[in-house]
Design a protein around this ligand. Structure first.
Ligand code: COA
Length: 381
């Protein structure tokens, strides 16, 4: 029986930061740092920090703003990180589960379903706020599922398409008929807001996608999925439960007050290398995937791509669809939301379906750390 993507839902945090606000805070931090370290900088013992600019950010990335769960902490030049109280597990819903439940409830409402209609939930993200129990199982409990299964999976920025492929595969294997994929991203907590090269990149969000086996066509038929990974250390977040042991082995006092953030365990990337290495591979994977399904690239009406960078989207569009390709084929969500990691192609999909007619073909494609690339070919019912 065919498998359909029947609905999506978004949870958007209420706080929004513009480039101008972000740069004002960053530059205050830079000025304070340079003033406080003037003697060391003068003596050549420390390097003076440089200002950021809103012009650079928009030109290099296409981003104008981003939503976050705590604007106040991020914009405070003395803090520059989101600040939120710990919640007692089992007594309060965790922040990730709360965001995921809201996005999922919206998707279920759109699909005309209830939590109890779900057979499974895959919470597919870049960062999880704890190791276990799974955030997905907390969502399963809160959304009112009666039995079934839920689990977490992490494929960084590619987690949405890998999650959709898993959901479709599990349905085909007879493990259920209706599976939700939930992408919750609190990227603001993994970003080093003091790093000039990347302080502007990410935003927070949650997206949910319903995948169903149906005998009556609805939404988009999921025609085929293709997954690809290739090891690279060019995008990384090395935070992990063995950090304590590594710090101890390096002779560091883990019990000392943390005066500086532990920046080596936050998001780090070689942006130029990522751009150069990932774009051609994404174009190749999409084209190969379409050819394997006997689809000519020109038949594709919409490419809902990972929103890493506006120039990457433009390059992939032109290499897949030709130099003169209509920009409307690859819609942009990064301008308002920033890079929201796994959730980003689902935001593009959720917000840009105008003009897609019955029978039209589209590709949802994600790419990111790993490297990892996922392509899902869909056909509008
Ligand atoms: N404000 C002003 N200038 C800045 C700046 C900032 N915030 N950050 C860097 N610059 C300067 C650099 O110092 C450099 O100056 P120079 O030419 O005098 O040396 C110049 O801008 C270019 O810096 P560079 O780091 O090479 O920028 P870029 O054009 O490669 O853009 C990225 C940076 C991250 C936007 C880009 O590499 C990219 O999109 N990479 C794709 C990867 C990605 O987005 N991944 C996300 C996770 S999937």
């Amino acid at each position: 029986m065919p498998i359909y993507l029947t609905a999506t839902g978004l949870h958007t945090p209420k706080d929004k930061i513009t480039n101008e606000e972000l740069v004002a805070s960053f530059n205050t931090y830079v000025d304070n740092y340079n003033r406080d370290n003037a003697a060391a900088i003068e003596a050549g013992k420390k390097v003076a920090l440089q200002h950021s600019t809103a012009e650079f950010i928009e030109k290099a990335s296409g981003i104008k703003s981003r939503y976050v769960i705590d604007k106040k902490g991020i914009l405070d030049p003395k803090i520059m990180a989101p600040v939120f109280p710990a919640r007692k597990l089992g007594e309060e819903l965790s922040i990730m589960a709360e965001m995921g439940v809201d996005a999922l409830q919206k998707a279920l409402d759109t699909a005309g379903l209830k939590g109890e209609d779900l057979d499974g939930i895959i919470c597919a993200c870049s960062n999880f706020q704890r190791v276990y129990p799974a955030i997905a199982i907390e969502i399963q409990n809160a959304i009112g599922m009666k039995g079934g299964f839920a689990f977490d999976t992490n494929v960084a920025c590619s987690a949405a398409t890998f999650g959709i492929a898993q959901a479709a595969g599990m349905i085909k294997a007879g493990l259920g008929k209706c599976v939700a994929v939930v992408n919750v991203e609190i990227t603001s907590a993994h970003l080093n807001w003091r790093n000039r090269d990347s302080h502007f990149i990410f935003g927070d969000i949650a997206a949910a996608t319903i995948i169903e086996e149906l005998d009556t066509p609805k939404g988009y038929e999921v025609l085929d999925c293709k997954l690809y990974t290739q090891f690279s250390a060019n995008i990384k977040n090395e935070y992990g439960f063995m950090d304590r042991s590594e710090y101890l082995a390096a002779g560091q006092d883990i019990h000392a007050d943390i005066k500086e953030p532990v920046t080596d365990k936050l998001f780090l990337q070689e942006g130029r290398k990522v751009f150069r290495e990932v774009c051609p591979k994404v174009s190749e994977i999409i084209s190969t995937h379409l050819a394997e399904n006997n689809i000519d690239n020109q038949q594709v009406k919409r490419l809902w791509l990972h929103q890493a960078n506006i120039n990457m989207i433009d390059l992939i569009l032109r290499t897949v669809m030709g130099k003169e390709a209509d920009k409307a084929i690859a819609p942009i969500a990064i301008t308002e939301y920033g890079n929201t990691s796994s959730a980003s192609p689902m935001i593009a999909f959720h917000e840009h379906q105008d003009g897609v007619e019955s029978g039209d073909l589209g590709v949802i494609c994600s790419f990111g750390a790993g490297y990892s690339i996922g392509s899902v070919i869909v056909k509008k019912v």
